[in-house]
Write a protein that binds this ligand. Structure first.
Ligand code: AMP
Ligand code: MG
Length: 426
């Protein structure tokens, strides 16, 4: 008979930074593993992870490009201002110079439009606003430095240069760049399958009419949404009761995915059976709690996919309270989902600073991530925590647009203090 949780549990309570570092090092290992790839139409690659290198198919720009409408000139001709030059041609974007024109000579200018190739011999463009045209000549009212209003050939990238690295999460700017160098399809890593296993006798399906003592299964849906946003493919498993055998059976299914996310059943209560059930799969617990609020009972480790198998699957035992579930996914589980999707950058957390609107008092000891509202001007933002009834208050969380980060070493924070906030995507 397996030993009970009370006998086997070795508490591994980490600080926020230690837990993030633990995830970071596991993610680094995962990144090195080979993974499946697929080719998708360019637009479908948005949010996916690039599995190939994108290189410049030619010089960028392919010619010295005018960045203003005006006159292409030899800057040395404009030593004395105003200067008078002979207009010997006209070139627009996509156009060509007149037959027989080879090079701009001394005393000459070419009328030129934004995006057009600057003819050889010319080294600058004078903006049309600083000129007066008279028949076939132009009067230039300002001098220019060599190179002004011209982007030199290949200055953005030489043919063959690496433009987007393998492992990059594709954003709209990468879509633009891939299109610019001629890719109507991209090779991306296949989405990792992320199993989601809700637990708890009181949890019922979203479609059911719950009895007074029952709770609808919102965690499976919040987690599935977060998994999709992090680049994974959610696999929603049935609700596991607080009963060892069925729980074990469903954990077995979950461990066949690339990552297993359990919700609930990881606190110290009599019916919190998740850790015991995982122990049956030779689970190695990398931590069993993090000094944060919400989400302290967070469990992370790896377990054998099947009895006797040498393959490991990582799992998270996320605390069941819905806010704890969502916050711990964002702070920790998202790192592994991103790594499993082939992404080489694992942070995912992009904090910003905002002034505290009203004082905050807390007990020291935990790093807190409080649902909060970021308001005010974009260049002078203010943050205030929302009133909430604790980590089960889904409606308060839905009104939050950020998490206010409260460091663990102080109890009082003044109005006007600059605080770190983590913007939420909702
Ligand atoms: P537990 O972590 O199992 O002690 O659960 C903590 C709290 O979260 C309890 O109030 C549960 O009812 C609630 N909870 C657990 N699982 C879910 C779920 N899948 N959806 C919504 N609430 C949940
Ligand atoms: Mg429970």
């Amino acid at each position: 008979m397996p030993a009970s949780k009370a006998e086997t549990r070795i508490e591994r309570l980490l600080t926020f930074e230690e837990a993030r570092a633990c995830l970071g090092s596991q993610a680094e290992l995962l990144c090195k593993q080979p993974r499946e790839q697929e080719q998708v139409p360019l637009l479908n690659a948005l949010g996916r992870t690039l599995a190939e290198q994108i290189v410049a198919d030619r010089d960028f720009p392919p010619f010295p490009r005018a960045t203003r409408d005006g006159f292409a000139v030899r800057s040395e001709d404009l030593g004395k201002i105003p200067a008078e030059l002979k207009v010997v041609g006209k070139i627009r974007a996509g156009g060509v110079l007149p037959d027989g024109f080879t090079r701009l000579n001394r005393g000459q200018a070419v009328s030129i439009m934004t995006g057009a190739p600057v003819p050889s011999g010319a080294d600058a463009v004078v903006m049309v606003e600083h000129t007066q045209r008279h028949d076939d000549s132009v009067r230039l009212l300002r001098s220019v430095a060599a190179g002004e209003n011209v982007v030199p050939q290949s200055s953005e990238a030489c043919a063959g240069a690496l433009l987007i690295e393998r492992g990059t999460r594709i954003a709209h700017s990468h879509i633009a760049l891939a299109a610019a160098v001629g890719n109507s399809k991209l090779t991306v890593y296949s989405r990792p399958r992320i199993a989601i296993l809700p637990t708890g006798d009181e949890i019922v399906s979203v479609d059911s009419r719950p009895a007074d003592n029952q709770i609808r299964n919102s965690n499976s849906f919040s987690l599935a949404a977060q998994v999709i946003a992090a680049g994974g493919d959610p696999v929603q498993l049935p609700i596991a009761p607080d009963e060892p055998q069925r729980l074990r059976e469903l954990i077995g299914h979950g461990l066949e995915a690339d990552l297993l996310l359990l919700s609930g059943g990881v606190s110290a209560g009599e019916y919190d059976l998740v850790e015991d059930a995982l122990s049956d799969f030779s689970a190695e617990f990398l931590f069993t709690g993090v000094q944060i609020q919400p989400g302290k009972p967070l469990v992370f480790g790896r377990a054998h996919t099947r009895r006797g198998s040498s393959e490991w699957t990582y799992f998270f035992g996320l605390p069941g309270n819905p806010i704890s579930t969502m916050v711990t996914f964002e702070l920790f589980a998202s790192i592994l989902v991103q790594a499993l999707s082939g992404s080489s950058s694992q942070s995912g957390l992009h904090g910003t600073k905002a002034r505290l609107g009203n004082e905050v008092r807390v007990k020291a000891g935990l790093t807190r991530f409080l649902p909060a509202c970021l308001s005010g001007n974009w260049d002078d933002p203010e943050v205030d925590p929302l009133k909430w009834q604790g980590s089960g208050d889904v409606s308060a969380f839905a009104r939050a647009n950020c998490l206010l980060v409260i460091p663990p070493d102080r109890e009082y924070f003044n109005p006007g203090e600059w605080m770190t906030v983590l913007p939420l995507q909702n």
